[in-house]
Design a protein around this ligand. Sequence first.
Ligand SMILES: *Cc1c(COP(=O)(O)O)cnc(C)c1O
Length: 380
Amino acid sequence: MSKKLIKLSKSCISEKEKLAVLEVLESEYLGMGEYVKIFEEKLSEYLSNNVICVSSGTAALHLALESLNLKPKDEVLLPSLTYLSSFQAVKAAGAKPVACDINLNSLTIDISDLKKKITKNTKVIMPVHYSGGVFDMDEIYEIAKKNQLRVVEDAAHAFGSYYNKSLVGSKGDIICFSFDGIKNITSGEGGCLCTSDKKILEKVKNLRLLGVENDSNFRYKNQRNWNFDVKDIGWRYHMSNLMAAIGITQLERFEELSQKRKALAKKYNDLIHKSNSYISTLDRNYDEIVPHIYVVRIKNMNFREELREKLLEQNIQTGVHYFPNHLLSLFKNPNVYLKNTEKIFNELLTLPLHPDLSLDDIKYIVNTLIKEVNFYHDRY
Ligand SMILES: *Cc1c(COP(=O)(O)O)cnc(C)c1O
C-alpha cells in the first residue's frame, strides 16, 4: 500500500520555476511584458513556427476560430471524445460544433465519419490529439484541401509529440496548445496558437488585447499603446509575465519532463501487456509522442465508479477522459448516435501520470488495478 496519495496529475515545479517567479515579482511588472515576448520567441524556435501566447488553451482555440470569421450556420467538425473546451470554443466563436465518432484503435476522429458529416456549411475540422496520440493528419489535411476547409488542431495533449517525423505545431494550418497546470508543460494557466498564416497571426495578436491595434508590440517593451483604434470585438486573453516566467523554465526543463512521461507510459505498457488481463492499452508509440494522460481500456467495465472508489481507498487517484460531449444537454441532438464513442466510453479509465511518479509507483498501480479488475470480473 502506498502511504501517500498517488495523484492522477499535478504540476511539477522545481526550484528554477520558483526563482523565475520571484524575479518577476521583484520586477513589479506582473502583466504582459518582456517575459511574454521571450517565451514566444523560445516556443517559436522550438516549434519552428510563429507563436502567440494567450491566457489558456481554450482562449487559443476560441481566437483561432474567431479569426476565421465563422457565421452561426457554419459547422466545425470535431470528435465528441474531447475536453469540453473544444466544444465551448466553437460555441464562443458563434459557430456550430458537429460531433464526430472516433476510431476505436486511435481514439481520435474517425475519418469515414468525418467525411460523411461534411456539408455545405462545414468550415473547419478540429482534430484532437487525444492523450498525445497524433493520427491520420495527412488524410485530414487532404480532406480539408479538397473541401476548402480550415484545420484548427486541438493539440492541448500533444506538446512535444511527433507525427511523421514532424513536431506537432511546426506544420499545418492553426495549432493550439494548452499550458494549464497539468499539461506537458505549464505556465500556471496559459496556452498558445501557432500558424504560418500572417493574417491570422496579426488578427489574433490584437484580439487577445481587446482588439487594440498594435498593443502587443508596446507590451513586449513593458509599455502600452495609448493612441489606438479598435476595429474588431476583442478579449482580455493575453498572457502575463508571471505565467511566461514559469513557461520559459518549463520549456528549458522539457527534455527531462517529456522523457519521464514517456518512460512511465512505457512501463505501464510493459506491465499491462505482460499481465494478460482484461486491461488493454492504447495504440501509442512513446518514442514519438509525449503522453499527457495514460488511458486504459477495461473489457466490459460496468463497475467503473466502484473500481475508482476502491483504487482511491488504496491511494490511487484516477480519472475519466471524457464524458462524450454530444451527450451533454448543450450539445445534444437526438439524431446523433456515435457508435464507437458510446461503446468505448464506459471502458476507459485514466491512471496517474506526471513526471514526479516513479517506476515503482507504476508497478504498484498496475498490480492494484489488476487485482481489483479481476475481483469485479469474477463477481459479475
Ligand atoms: C486542457 C485542454 C484544453 C484547454 O486548455 P486550457 O488551457 O485548460 O484552457 C483544450 N482541449 C483539450 C483536449 C484539453 O485537454
